[in-house]
Design a protein around this ligand. Structure first.
Ligand SMILES: Nc1ncnc2c1ncn2[C@@H]1O[C@H](COP(=O)(O)OP(=O)(O)O)[C@@H](O)[C@H]1O
Ligand SMILES: Cc1cn([C@H]2C[C@H](O)[C@@H](COP(=O)(O)O)O2)c(=O)[nH]c1=O
Length: 216
């Protein structure tokens, strides 16, 4: 039975890498994938992983009907044996419904990859719809780590290394972005709740009132 699978995790846990591996393994066996993405850091129409792998993809826009796109593609005699949707958190709920229809009516497997929650630990609307509709939700196995060493479960947005909780839900960026700009950092829940990033934890450890008193 074809399935809608949601591979979810924090930023930087290997979702795009897994998407590219699934694509590689299937294309090595002669299958043809339809790859959708939205707002990938590598630019329009790209699916990229931090390990350096990248492939071309169809850039989804606000008005793209993913079901209609596939019907049109197939009716022109082109092939699509399965579907990959990366950065699926950026898709609208209706577009997730369209992916579910691709599974049910076109009988294609759909593999969606995305982060579940935003920098305020609120569900992205597209991810919420995926959790509601997916046949399976798979949490990625190679977990990212918080600076404290615990499993990272939350995505923090930072400016100058300091966690912020105000701003637009969508701001494309990376965990490696320089400390001056808007960037991201993955944290465990405890440190996300306390808004304690690696930089603020370091600063707190160096603060004069916590330095050991030197004996004269
Ligand atoms: N230099 C590196 N060497 C090995 N692994 C790396 C390196 N840089 C990033 N990674 C790994 O790549 C993964 C991030 O891959 P990516 O697919 O881009 O993540 P996601 O799509 O979940 O944000 C992480 O598991 C990270 O550990
Ligand atoms: C938490 C959060 C993230 N984003 C953006 C930042 C990145 O461009 C993507 C996530 O990509 P990844 O491949 O999973 O690292 O999402 C955002 O727009 N808003 C957020 O709250």
């Amino acid at each position: 039975m074809p399935e809608l699978v949601f591979f979810s995790g924090t930023m930087d846990c290997g979702k795009s890498t897994l998407a590219l591996q699934i694509e590689h393994n299937r294309s090595a066996r002669g299958l043809v994938g339809m790859i959708f993405t939205r707002n990938d850091r590598a630019g329009e129409g790209k699916l990229s992983s931090r390990l350096g792998l990248v492939t071309d993809a169809v850039e989804v826009g606000d008005g793209t009907d993913l079901y209609a796109y596939l019907v049109d593609h197939l009716s022109r005699g082109r092939r699509a044996d399965y579907v990959i949707a990366d950065e699926a958190q950026f898709l609208a709920p209706e577009q997730i419904d369209q992916l579910a229809r691709v599974v049910d009516d076109l009988e294609l497997d759909v593999y969606a990859f995305g982060i579940t929650t935003d920098f305020r630990s609120k569900l992205f609307p597209g991810s919420q719809r995926l959790v509601e509709l997916a046949d399976r939700v798979e949490v990625l196995q190679v977990e990212a780590l918080c600076w404290c060493g615990a499993r990272a479960t939350h995505n923090a947005r930072t400016v100058g290394g300091v966690m912020v909780v105000e701003g637009a839900q969508v701001v494309v960026g990376d965990v490696t972005d320089s400390a001056d700009e808007v960037g991201y950092e993955v944290l465990c829940r405890r440190h996300h709740r306390r808004r304690m990033t690696a930089a603020t934890a370091r600063a707190a450890a160096l603060a004069p009132d916590v330095l050991p008193v030197t004996q004269g």
